[in-house]
Design a protein around this ligand. Structure first.
Ligand code: FAD
Length: 416
């Protein structure tokens, strides 16, 4: 094993995880004027890319590989960022301040960012290793599934009724495939947005021909003698024939490196609101980090695109010793058929909140607000645009609102 330290410099910034968080952190370090060594360690064999299109336009074959890149591939070399695309970090020594890579190299760091993201939760069932059964996270997963779905006429069974399951269902159906979706909830996505609003999306899918089995769980995945999937058996004893199966039952944060290095873990790598871990000089951001939110006073992990960008920026500033805080209101979006949605808010505060609606659920053009003691804690716009700033202002203000004004589509949201 080659133990040469590379780079040798003590002021090196090392980032583990070449996803959107890692790429954003590297770009921010350079934008903020840092001129020392920056190393971005990735294991996927690719330059960093965006995942949201993987279940939408890219899966549909409408978006190019190039459109997925947060920075053009040449950006890294041009900005003197050492991008290692196929070298997994295998251990971190917080005392010696080194990272060991699978290639045998050892990197010294002054500051280290863990941006290792998340991986699909595995389904512990017979048959998950059959041909035609997919987990869904990477560009390669999306490219493989596209090849299977692009010609239409296949029968896809989706296991999981969350965002990714519903997005893949919509795209597969638009490509002319039969789609059956099963999940543990009675209504898709109700863990995040509740059954009443989840029904709006479910109805749109049903209208387009997506079949639902809810609540239902998969008990067995069956295959033929050639090892190719043929069916999914549900807990109700139904056998759903399947040419393809996608398992999308959530993700788990990749905390192994941090755990082995003795960092504090709690549903992700625990960090303060400046994204500092429990170890001196080590930071964590993106899907892997459970960050203390200065407004809610709670630790929360956000598995969304906007958090990867904001987290990457704040982490880089903290690494440079700046007084940065991640205090964004969590934000995410989805596109399913002709439904475009954006959501901002504190998910943890929406439990038992009142939901009020401005606009029409029937017409699928509305803004829903979650209210606690008349204060807006979250808001979601569906096929209504340019209202996120107002929604976030209402949440941030923490003031009591007038429900009549809030729910009247003709009134100015700022006056609610
Ligand atoms: C199909 C799909 C659709 C999505 N759609 C939306 C959407 O519509 N809206 C939205 O807000 N969000 C969406 N998301 C979520 C969003 O993409 C994620 O929140 C974001 O990718 C998180 O970025 P990250 O860099 O923190 O983690 P990741 O994207 O998981 O990147 C982490 C990287 O670290 C690498 N890595 C891990 N361990 C090591 C190691 N030891 N050594 C080297 N490299 C390592 C991994 O291989 C990976 O490349 C979607 C995600 C998926 C998968």
């Amino acid at each position: 094993m080659d133990n040469t330290s590379f780079p040798a410099s003590d002021d090196a910034m090392v980032i583990i995880g070449a996803g959107l968080t890692g790429a954003t952190a590297a770009a921010t370090l350079r934008e903020e004027g840092f001129t020392g060594p920056v190393v971005l360690v990735g294991a996927e064999g690719q330059a960093p890319y965006l995942r949201p299109p993987l279940s939408k336009g890219f899966l549909a074959g409408k978006e190019s590989e190039e459109s997925l890149l947060p920075c053009p591939e040449k950006w890294y070399a041009e900005n003197d960022v050492e991008l290692l695309t196929s070298d997994e970090a295998v251990s971190v020594d917080p005392t010696a301040r080194t990272v060991a890579l699978s290639s045998g190299r050892s990197l010294s760091y002054g500051r280290l960012l863990l941006a290792t993201g998340a991986v699909p939760r595995q389904l512990n069932l017979p048959g998950t290793d059959l041909q035609g059964v997919y987990y869904f996270r990477t560009k390669t997963d999306s490219q493989r599934l596209h090849l299977e779905l692009a010609g239409g006429g296949r029968h896809l069974v989706l296991i999981g009724s969350g965002w990714i399951g519903m997005e893949v269902a919509a795209t597969a159906r638009e490509l002319g495939n039969e789609v059956t979706l099963l999940g543990l909830e009675e209504v898709p996505m109700s863990a995040a947005i509740g059954p009443r609003l989840g029904t709006v999306f479910m109805d749109r899918h049903s209208e387009a021909g997506v079949q639902f089995r809810l609540p239902a769980s998969a008990k067995e995945i069956r295959g033929d003698d050639a090892g190719r999937v043929t069916a999914v058996v549900t807990d109700a004893g139904e056998t759903l024939s399947a040419d393809l199966v996608v398992i999308a039952i959530g993700v788990v944060p990749q905390t192994a490196l941090a755990e082995e290095a003795g960092l504090t873990i709690g549903n992700g790598i625990q960090v303060d609101s400046g994204l500092r871990t429990s170890a001196e000089g080590i930071f964590a951001a993106g899907d892997v980090a459970s960050a203390l939110h200065p407004v809610t006073g709670q630790y929360a992990r956000s598995e969304h695109w906007a958090n990867a960008i904001s987290g990457g920026k704040v982490a880089a500033q903290s690494m440079l010793g700046r007084d940065a805080v991640l205090d964004d209101i969590p934000y995410f979006y989805t596109d399913q058929f002709d439904l475009g949605m954006e959501y901002s808010g504190y998910g943890a505060l929406t439990k038992d909140a009142d939901v009020v609606v401005r606009g029409s659920l029937e017409d699928r053009e509305f803004v829903a607000f979650w209210l606690r003691e008349d204060r807006v804690v979250a808001g979601m716009n569906v096929n209504v645009w340019d209202v996120q700033e107002e929604i976030q202002d209402l949440i941030r203000s923490g003031r009591a609102v007038d429900r009549a004004v809030l729910t009247d589509p003709d009134s100015d949201l700022k006056t609610a």
